[in-house]
Write a protein that binds this ligand. Structure first.
Ligand code: COA
Ligand code: ZN
Length: 307
C-alpha cells in the first residue's frame, strides 16, 4: 500500500493493485507504451531522460514540476527524486521550492508545501535541508546544500542572496518539468537585483509577521519586506532566452520540459527590465498587484490611476 502525501496535508491512500494501475494507465495514457496498458515510466527511464537533457554528475539544478505531466510513473514522486539524485550525484546540488501559504507559524519540519507532490516528498527525504523562510522556503540536497539553505530567515524570499540566487551563482540550471517559466521563481531575483519600486507590494495576507519554528525547536519572528509578485508574464524571459538560443527542450516521461542556465535567466530578465521596468507585470484587469506595481514603474499609469 502506498501513501501519497498531498500538499496541503491531506493524504490519499492507494492500493497499487490492478484496478488502480488500469485507471492510472487510462488517465495518464501519453506516458505508456502505445500498444499496451502495462508499462509505466520507471525511475531508470527518468534518469535516462535527464541525461539526454545534458545533466551529469556534479551538476546543480533547480526543479519546478508537475508530477501528473510525466505520465503513469512507477514509484510516483520518489522515482523522480531518485533519478535526479542518481544523475546529479552528491557532488552536485538539487534545490526545489517548497513554498507555503502565510500562517501564524511556519514549522520548518512539518508545514506542507504548496508547490506540488515532488517538492513535498523531496523536503522529507533524508539529507535534504529546508531553508527557514516562512513562505518561500527551498529544499536543498547535495554538496552545497547547507550553504544554499543557510540563513534564509535573514534574507528575503526570492531576493539577493536567497537560496535560489545562491544556486544560480553556483552555476545551477533551472529545469521546468511539465510547466513553463511562469513558474520560474528565480526570475524574481532579477526584480530584487534591479531594486524595482514595486518590491514592497504584497499579495493579501503576506505582509504579516510569522513565527518560524526551526528544526532545532528554536523560534524567530520573520516579517518580509520584499514580496515576490505575479509571475504570469515571465514567459517573456523564456522567449528572450529562446531568442538567445539558451533554452534546451526535452522530455521527461511524457512531460514537455525546458532547461535554462540560471545565470542566463537572470541576465535576460535584467536586460528586459533595464529596457522596461514594468515588463514582468501582467496586464490582466483583474490582477491588483500588477496594476499597483505598474503605477510605480510607469508615470503615465500613475497619472491615469490618480484620476
Ligand atoms: C500546481 C502544480 C504542482 C500542479 O501539478 P500536478 O501535476 O497537477 O500536481 P503534483 O505535481 O502535485 O502531482 C500530483 C498529481 O500527480 C498525480 N499522481 C500521483 N501519483 C502518480 C503517479 N504514480 N504517476 C502519475 N501521476 C501521479 C496525482 O494524482 C495528482 O494529480 P490529481 O491532482 O489530478 O489527482 C504544477 O502545475 C506547478 O505549478 N508546478 C510548479 C510549482 C512551483 O514550483 N511553483 C513555484 C512558483 S509559482
Ligand atoms: Zn499580474
Amino acid at each position: 500500500m502506498t501513501r501519497h502525501h498531498r500538499p496541503g496535508g491531506r493524504d490519499r491512500v492507494r492500493d497499487g493493485g490492478p484496478g488502480e494501475q488500469r485507471s492510472l494507465a487510462v488517465r495518464f495514457g501519453r506516458g505508456m507504451d502505445p500498444l499496451g496498458l502495462s508499462s509505466p515510466i520507471t525511475h531508470e527511464g527518468i534518469a535516462a531522460d535527464l541525461r539526454r537533457l545534458g545533466l551529469s554528475p556534479g551538476d546543480s539544478l533547480i526543479v519546478h514540476s508537475s508530477l501528473k505531466s510525466i505520465g503513469w510513473l512507477e514509484g510516483g514522486p520518489d522515482a523522480v527524486i531518485d533519478a535526479l539524485q542518481e544523475v546529479l550525484t552528491p557532488r552536485g546540488n538539487l534545490a526545489i521550492p517548497t513554498f507555503t501559504s502565510p500562517a501564524p507559524e511556519f514549522v520548518v519540519s512539518d508545514t506542507p508545501c504548496r508547490t506540488g507532490l515532488i517538492p513535498e516528498t523531496f523536503r522529507r527525504r533524508p539529507g535534504v535541508l529546508r531553508s527557514t523562510h516562512p513562505t518561500h522556503s527551498v529544499a536543498a540536497w547535495g554538496d552545497a546544500a547547507a550553504e544554499v539553505a543557510a540563513g534564509h530567515e535573514r534574507a528575503t524570499a526570492l531576493g539577493v542572496d536567497s537560496p535560489l540566487h545562491r544556486m544560480a551563482k553556483l552555476g545551477a540550471r533551472v529545469l521546468m518539468i511539465g510547466v513553463d517559466c511562469t513558474r520560474c521563481s528565480l526570475i524574481h531575483v532579477a526584480e530584487a537585483t534591479m531594486r524595482l519600486p514595486y518590491l514592497g507590494i504584497a499579495y493579501p495576507g503576506y505582509d504579516v509577521p510569522i513565527v518560524v519554528r526551526k528544526v532545532d525547536g528554536t523560534t524567530t519572528v520573520y516579517h518580509e519586506t520584499e514580496f515576490p509578485g505575479d509571475s504570469s508574464n515571465f514567459g517573456i524571459v523564456e522567449r528572450e532566452c529562446g531568442r538567445r538560443a539558451q533554452v534546451i527542450h526535452g522530455r521527461i516521461g511524457a512531460a514537455d520540459c525546458l532547461m535554462i542556465q540560471g545565470r542566463h535567466l537572470l541576465d535576460a530578465a535584467i536586460d528586459l527590465l533595464r529596457h522596461d521596468p514594468g515588463c514582468l507585470l501582467c496586464r490582466s484587469p483583474f490582477c491588483v498587484p500588477c496594476a499597483e506595481s505598474r503605477r510605480l514603474v510607469d508615470p503615465t499609469a500613475q497619472e491615469q490611476g490618480s484620476e
